[in-house]
Design a protein around this ligand. Structure first.
Ligand code: SAM
Ligand code: SF4
Length: 342
């Protein structure tokens, strides 16, 4: 594994068979979570045995190996990344890589519940912006969607993050018959708070209690309702992710749309995902993966890991197969989002 004290030169950059450079790693640090969002998890999830999960030291070594192959941005996710014990150690270590110039950015996607007591630590580590997932401002609906009564913690968490100087973007999954009518008000709330909002179409990942088709709300149905009140113009803003952004006239906020079902976004895909057990998935919507943990825990980790990365990158597919065929959602994969890392 690369030495932590040195600048990491990008040797043999990761380029997939379609010529896309892989510069972005989403690393899931745990499959556990303190919420149970209905579109993400089943009621009784069976979590992974601890020995299967990479240690934080292994995750740091793995991250450095990716940096050596040209990764410039890392997003920590999960499960809920901030419930992983000792996570601040990893965040500090990756923050140091940003300070050394080995990474352009370290970010997180979080449900926000732990932010009241962790936001300052994140800012101190060098994290500049985070995504907070929030599907509703209604306490009862929040409890219904997440199966936990934690809205107040999330709102306090957002406040704490802003106070610590973190830039916060809200991620909201658009859910038919649930937050559907509230989305215009949620956008207004984000504008009032000076936050960007990204709306996401629900994807068919893993079995959950409700039928996916019953949850699915196409953003093509939502947009006209938002346009009734706001003038939106396409924005050149890019975060390296799949969102298309719009400026909202007269505000500092932006609206992002992630439309895996109504608009395929795979063409410019620059990312791979690594699960907390060290499996690399080249696409959220495909099952092909390579086991990096075996390489890391082998006698010759550096060589074996690079060989495994070459193999993985060589099978990155062109895109996912999520789609609506009539009233059926197709292209489903068996893993839950909390396992792959959202
Ligand atoms: N626990 C953190 C959180 O909720 O932000 C990080 C992990 S979570 C899996 C990452 C993102 O995936 C969240 O914004 C969540 O709303 C989204 N997500 C989970 N399951 C999804 C699904 N089936 N379709 C679309 N988005 C989903
Ligand atoms: Fe937990 Fe995030 Fe999944 Fe909700 S979306 S259950 S907060 S991992």
């Amino acid at each position: 594994m690369p030495d932590s004290k040195q600048n990491i030169p990008a040797t043999r950059p990761l380029k997939d068979p379609f010529g896309r450079s892989i510069t972005y790693l989403r690393l899931s640090v745990t499959d556990r979570c303190d919420l149970r969002c209905r579109y993400c998890m089943a009621e009784n999830m069976v979590f992974l045995p601890k020995p299967d999960v990479l240690t934080l030291e292994e995750m740091l070594g793995l991250s450095r190996a990716f940096m050596e192959r040209g990764v410039r941005r890392i997003r920590l996710t999960g499960g809920e990344p901030l419930v992983r014990k000792g996570i601040i150690w990893l965040i500090n270590a990756l923050g140091d890589e940003v300070k050394r110039g080995n990474l352009d950015e370290l970010t997180l996607t979080t449900n926000g519940t732990q932010l009241p007591h962790m936001a300052e630590d994140l800012a101190r580590a060098g994290v500049k912006r985070i995504n907070v997932s929030l599907d509703t401002l209604d306490a009862d609906l929040f409890s219904e969607i997440t199966r936990r009564n934690r809205l107040a913690d999330v709102l306090n968490g957002i406040k704490a993050a802003k106070a610590a100087g973190l830039q916060v973007k809200i991620n909201t999954v658009a859910l038919k018959g649930q937050n559907e009518t509230e989305l215009p008000a949620l956008l207004d709330w984000c504008i009032g708070e000076g936050l960007d909002l990204t709306l996401i179409e629900t994807m068919p990942l893993g079995d959950v209690a409700d039928a996916r088709e019953d949850q699915y709300l196409p953003l093509t149905d939502v947009l006209p309702k938002l346009l009734k009140k706001h003038n939106l113009s396409p924005s050149g803003h890019r975060t390296g992710g799949p969102a298309r952004y719009f400026n909202i006239e007269g505000t500092t906020s932006r609206l992002g749309l992630i439309t895996p079902l109504t608009g395929n976004f795979c063409e410019g895909c620059n990312r791979v995902r690594v699960t907390c057990t060290g499996r690399i998935y080249m696409c959220l919507g495909q099952d092909d993966h390579v086991d990096l943990r075996a390489a890391i825990r082998s006698d010759n980790p550096q060589v074996n890991l690079n060989t495994a990365l070459d193999k993985a990158i060589g099978i990155k597919p062109k895109g996912h197969d999520f789609a609506m065929k009539g009233d059926q959602m197709v292209g489903k994969v068996g893993r839950h989002m909390s396992q792959t890392g959202g």
